[in-house]
Design a binder for this molecule. Structure first.
Ligand SMILES: C[S@@+](CC[C@H](N)C(=O)[O-])C[C@H]1O[C@@H](n2cnc3c(N)ncnc32)[C@H](O)[C@@H]1O
Length: 208
């Protein structure tokens, strides 16, 4: 039998997300932002601190990083963040309610640069189709990578979606810095002088 959700717990068992009800997960009906591939959680920590009237879900496949990020959120006393150790593609397709996510964040998704590994990439047509349908109408999706080739793939997939339109990365409604999202990977790669590629899109308010 499925255990009842503990509204105070930061780490959520992925099984608890079957039939997900955001209101039950957070104990309120505030807008929800999702970050895929949270890593050590630096971005989510600052975003959740800056926007206490929003709820945040971090999805991280590596249990070590999931625990690390959750410990940080706990130490800072954040009540508006939850972490799940799960495959984000599965969560988006099978558990995330449609029309429910205000902002989707994906920063430095694993690039899998070898051609024979491209099928392991997060950004595949079926994933993008599913993720667009999970955004609220008028919801945003922001992506950053340091891989120029993967960026072109991501850009084409996003702009090939009839419901998505590109907006400035620092669109005021999105509240991101045009120059930096300051994730742990961005900070590390910036020291190496790497170039970053960014795109932000918004889902139309009405269906095409
Ligand atoms: C390159 S790191 C970037 C971490 C963080 N976003 C940053 O910029 O510092 C990619 C992260 O995504 C996680 N990840 C990769 N595929 C995932 C998936 N399908 N679902 C959830 N997390 C995933 C990895 O475990 C890793 O922590």
């Amino acid at each position: 039998m499925r255990k009842a959700l503990d509204p105070g717990a930061i780490v959520v068992d992925p099984v608890q997300l079957d039939g997900l009800d955001w209101h039950a997960l957070f104990g309120n009906g505030r807008p929800v932002e999702v970050e895929i591939g949270t890593g050590k959680g630096g971005f989510l920590l600052r975003r959740a601190q800056a926007l206490p009237s929003r709820n945040f879900l971090g999805l991280e496949w590596a249990s070590k990083f999931c625990r690390f990020a959750a410990d940080r959120f706990r130490r800072w006393g954040l009540s508006n963040v939850r972490m799940v150790r799960a495959d984000a593609a599965h969560f988006i397709r099978a558990q995330c309610p449609r029309d429910s996510v205000s902002v989707l964040h994906v920063y430095h998704p694993d690039p899998w640069p070898k051609k024979r590994h491209h099928k392991r990439r997060l950004f595949q047509p079926a994933f993008v189709d599913a993720a667009v349908a999970r955004l609220v109408p008028g919801g945003y999706w922001a992506v950053q990578t340091d891989d120029a080739e993967y960026f072109q793939v991501i850009r084409e997939l996003l702009l090939g979606q009839p419901e998505l339109r590109e907006v400035a990365f620092d669109d005021p409604a999105l509240g991101l810095d045009a120059a930096s999202v300051a994730t742990n990977f961005e900070i590390k790669y910036a020291r190496e002088g790497r170039e970053f590629f960014r795109i932000a899109v918004v889902r139309s308010e009405s269906r095409p």
